[in-house]
Design a protein around this ligand. Structure first.
Ligand code: NAG
Ligand code: NAG
Ligand code: NAG
Ligand code: NAG
Length: 600
């Protein structure tokens, strides 16, 4: 029985390895099970679902789970349809809210396996009910999500005592401190020039890409953050040369991050976003001069003719990272204009989620960027908790601009180079179209303005109230003084029966209340704090505040945003409303992705 089971399994895995074209050391051949456990296999094949989702396999409690790989969050969750994983229920309920549904359940601990790594007592969220998701995630091709962000960003970890809730990567790195980095390579569908398949490695560099270790180290920690839970994989673009536009000139836009050095952008690297999110002026500079470009106000993105060749690049550490024109002008989602004609999407979409308290970043570089650079994320001090080197990022370009141009001509222009045709010429700069700022964005910006200044507003109010109270007391005393002893008894009585009211006076006044002694909760110091927290929630996301989102956490917004991409599509109405990554609305014909196609 046992060998019968093992053989097909081994065969299956061999076939898989072969189809992925990556040499993976695969040693499950003999009956020696101890050896099986020790075999190092740190390269994990990554499946590409319609250029919109990147998925890896792992096991939890002996059951396989297909997980989305997300560098923008730090939690591990999975939902199982049939066999349930073995493990222990830790009795802590966690709910992670996403724009497309809620991943809710109890935290469990079990043995987790990823690549050749095996971790006992790994905490993860066992999602029991996926009915709040707008589509069946299993049909979509995944069962959960693996957050590859810093340990400190984990919501599960915050819920548990001590280190019980540490992330899977933290546990893996603790097994071998010297190797605390991951790398990933994301392939591109429908690109004849794409020479590799997707892979994730842990503590090891992918074969053929060894020289990534000589690339500039981009410090993740340079820009100060308000809170450690806000930490992302992020880096600064080159000064005044952050993004080179299609006309060959750098796109000059000011950063919204107060502590960012002049002329540089804070860019977050987030594999959870299908489309990159860039400042609106940057998006306009890329697409606003394309003839026939139309800004879609509903989906908040530019649509452009699919034959438009655009050559842009992003610069880090003094190096240019060219973006493949097939990524800049995206044709993966079967988008049509109002007449039903096929149009492509500007995959560098205006960001609307960055207007957070004191602005932490300017742009989010999602899959449309990450396909162009083999990426190494070194956890440095994040791996062991405190001491050690700063975490850093290294990027090795995998897009050759000249080769990519030829690919584009082959795929979009039928093999004939018509890129010099006048219809593809960019409009002069003064004829550039500008996308309108959405109402939602205006509101967010306004809330942001108020929120970021609330300490001053509060101080101002307090000063005003103290002034008014002081004036009243002064007038009162003057009157009392004039009427003399006759009324002094009444005053004493008043003061002795209402001692507390004076304490609350300033805050009552601040809230506009005039009734002494009316301690409505909203006016107490506690109420003041809550009111602030509430508005911060509504600013960051549409989700009601829950225990998993402390007022200081910006992950609420992030989570909502992340969810956008991975519900690859059947409910455009839901996904398209958000400012986050755009989701494929439906399976584009001609792209053979069974799970994607079936899901329609
Ligand atoms: C994950 O496992 C499933 C089932 O064994 C397989 O079909 C799929 O190709 C695997 N995906 C990757 C990326 O290895
Ligand atoms: C730990 O890292 C070192 C240095 O990279 C490596 O030589 C060793 O094989 C690793 N050990 C394990 C158990 O992976
Ligand atoms: C890195 O290696 C690739 C492939 O061998 C090569 O094309 C590229 O020039 C190398 N880059 C650097 C900076 O050495
Ligand atoms: C793309 O733009 C860059 C920067 O302007 C330029 O150096 C490069 O030659 C261009 N590549 C192609 C293939 O046009």
């Amino acid at each position: 029985m046992r060998s019968r089971f093992l053989i097909p399994l081994a065969l299956l895995l061999t076939i898989l390895d072969a189809t992925h074209g990556i040499k993976v050391p695969f040693q499950i051949r003999t009956g020696n099970h101890a050896a099986t456990r020790l075999a190092r296999r740190s390269t994990i094949p990554v499946a590409n679902n319609g250029n919109a989702q990147y998925i890896g396999n792992m096991t939890l409690g002996g059951v396989q789970a297909r997980v989305l790989l997300d560098t923008g969050s730090s939690d591990l969750w999975a939902s199982f349809q049939n066999a349930q994983p073995t493990g222990t229920d830790l009795g802590k309920a966690v709910s992670l809210a996403y724009a497309v549904g809620k991943a809710a359940g109890n935290v469990h601990a079990t043995t987790a396996e990823l690549g050749g790594f095996k971790v006992d007592n790994q905490a993860f969220l066992l999602v029991s009910d996926t009915s709040t998701f707008s589509t069946d995630i299993h049909v979509q091709g995944y069962d959960g999500l693996l957050g590859l962000g810093p340990n400190k960003g984990s919501v599960i970890r915050k819920k548990l005592d001590g280190n019980t809730g540490d992330t899977l990567l933290t546990h893996i790195f603790q097994q071998n401190q010297s190797d605390s980095y991951i790398t990933f390579l994301l392939d591109r569908k429908s690109d004849p020039g794409d020479a590799f398949t997707g892979q994730l490695t842990i503590g090891e560099v992918a074969k053929g890409f060894e020289n990534i270790t000589s690339m500039p180290k981009l410090d993740v920690d340079t820009v100060n953050r308000l809170l450690s839970s806000d930490q992302h994989w992020q880096a600064l673009t080159d000064k005044d040369m952050g993004i080179i536009g299609p006309d060959g000139n750098p796109i000059q836009v000011k950063s919204i991050v107060p502590s960012a050095p002049d002329g540089q952008f804070v860019a977050v690297f987030d594999s959870g976003f299908t489309f990159s999110q860039v400042p609106r002026d940057v998006s306009d500079a890329i697409y606003g001069r394309v003839r026939g470009a139309v800004y879609d106000t509903k989906d908040e993105l530019w649509t452009v003719p699919c034959g438009q060749y655009l050559n842009i690049s992003v610069q880090f550490g003094g190096r240019a990272y060219p973006i493949h024109p097939l990524d800049t002008v995206d044709d993966n989602f079967g988008k049509t204009d109002s007449q039903g004609n096929r149009v492509c999407i500007g995959a560098f979409q205006p960001i609307t989620s960055a207007f957070s308290l004191l602005g932490h970043y300017d742009m989010i570089l999602g899959m449309s960027f990450l396909r162009n650079a083999y990426t190494l994320l070194d956890f440095g001090s994040w791996a062991n908790g405190q001491s050690g080197d700063h975490p850093f990022i290294q990027l090795a370009s995998v897009t050759n601009a000249a080769q990519a141009r030829q690919d584009f001509i082959n795929v979009r222009l039928g093999g004939t180079d018509t890129t010099n045709d006048p219809k593809w010429a960019l409009l002069p700069p003064d004829q550039m179209q500008h996308s309108p700022v959405s109402e939602e964005e205006k509101k967010k910006k306004y809330q942001e303005l108020v929120l970021s200044r609330w300490p001053y507003i509060l101080t101002g109010c307090l000063v005003a109230v103290l002034g008014i109270v002081g004036f009243c007391v002064w007038r009162c005393c003057r009157r009392k003084g004039a009427k003399k002893a006759g009324k002094s008894k009444k005053l004493n009585q008043l003061l002795s029966t209402e001692p507390a009211s004076t304490t609350y006076l300033p805050l009552q006044g601040q809230g506009g209340a005039t009734h002494k002694g009316d301690h409505s909760p909203g006016l107490s110091p506690g109420g003041q704090y809550h009111a602030h927290a509430q508005s911060q929630y509504s600013l960051d996301s549409q989700y009601p505040p829950g225990p998993q989102y402390p007022p200081d956490s910006r992950y609420s917004g992030q989570h909502g945003a992340h969810a956008e991409y991975y519900n690859a599509g059947q409910h455009p109405s839901e996904q398209w409303h958000s400012d986050a990554g755009y989701l494929p609305p439906q399976h584009p014909s001609g792209h053979p992705h069974p799970s994607y196609g079936n899901a329609q």
